[in-house]
Design a protein around this ligand. Structure first.
Ligand code: NAP
Length: 292
């Protein structure tokens, strides 16, 4: 009989089926998908842009042929989510891992607490309700309704045990930050809302053994945070001044965490939040520099 304590069993994702929203643009979703496929999982990627999804699936096919599928859709439209559930049901009777990774970030113009009041007020006021509606729909409602729409498939996976039936909400360490130089109240509060939703669902789903946890990234290179942008937070020289470990997160940092959350290793963990940020959140409430 296989020794359940050996890493290849305890952390195995071999044969598991994962759904990852926002997995097509080379960012965190795509990076997690690569790690899961490299370790024998099958992934379904979701996003709005068919071309980038196709490119990412082609990349995954090179890692392990036939292990990735995509579905182009908008996660803020219920009918499209329903169609996607039907698409998955054609091939799967259970979903072992759902990663609610897609997100929308809208920053306001600079508005530091050190600015004169008129400049501060103008910066903070540049926050139209349409932005807030889009942020709430993408960052709070979509991960909620996506999870709820997959409950039957997650529950079937959870019944099999060994950590299956795992839901991960990707948020941000910004939910624990109120750095007074920054101006992204809509982004941060809708992510904070998502964290509360994750805990509500974790509690509600206990009888079904569906686990719901939060992975809060710090600074990671992605489509949204290009390392080639000289001012961007993931640019190596910027990250080295902002982050306590003097670097942005790596794909290994991210993949190690998602494999833990997808596998038997985390089978007794639900309602938890893992900050994957090299300690950035521990210093992000200082007043002396811009931090997420
Ligand atoms: N990178 C970081 O440093 C960092 C830090 C903290 C938190 N995060 C979080 O990590 C997650 C991934 O972000 P990222 O940095 O990897 O940026 P990204 O590459 O821009 O990923 C965002 C993804 O969300 C998808 N998406 C957005 N709205 C959607 C919608 N309505 N329907 C379907 N898909 C949608 C986008 O795909 P389409 O455009 O094709 O729809 C894209 O693939 C986000 O939730 C972000 O808030 C990132």
């Amino acid at each position: 009989m296989a020794n359940s304590l050996r890493i290849q069993n305890l952390f195995s994702v071999e044969g598991r089926v994962a759904v990852i929203t926002g997995g097509g643009t080379g960012g965190l979703g795509a990076q997690m998908a690569e790690g899961l496929v490299a370790n024998g999982a099958k992934v379904y990627l979701v996003g709005r842009k068919q071309s980038t999804l196709q490119e990412q699936v082609a990349k995954l096919d090179k890692i392990s042929p036939g292990k990735a599928k995509y579905f182009a859709m908008d996660i803020t439209i219920q009918e499209e989510i329903d169609k996607f559930v039907k698409f998955v049901e054609q091939s799967e009777d259970a979903i072992d891992l759902l990663v609610n990774n897609a997100g929308l970030a809208i920053w306001g113009p600079p508005a530091s607490y050190l600015d004169p009041l008129d400049k501060l007020q103008a910066g903070l006021k540049a926050s139209p309700v349409d932005h807030w509606k889009a942020l709430i729909a993408t960052n709070s409602w979509a991960p909620y309704i996506f999870t709820v729409s997959f409950l039957h498939l997650l529950a079937r996976a959870a019944q099999k045990g060994d950590g299956r039936g795992s839901v991960v909400f990707i948020t941000t360490i910004g939910t624990q930050s109120w750095n007074p130089h920054t101006n992204f109240a809509g982004y941060i509060s809708t992510r904070t809302g998502a964290e509360h939703i994750a805990r509500i669902l974790a509690a509600k789903l206990l009888p079904h053994k569906i686990r719901v946890n939060i992975l809060a990234p710090g600074i990671f290179p992605s489509n949204a945070t290009s390392p080639n942008d000289p001012q961007g937070i993931a640019n190596p020289s910027v990250a080295s001044t902002l982050a306590p470990f003097k670097r942005a997160g790596t794909q290994e940092d991210l993949v190690g965490t998602i494999i833990y959350l997808a596998s038997a290793a985390s089978g007794y963990v639900t309602g938890a939040r893992l900050d994957v940020d090299g300690g950035l959140v521990l210093i992000s409430n200082g007043t002396n520099k811009f931090l997420p």
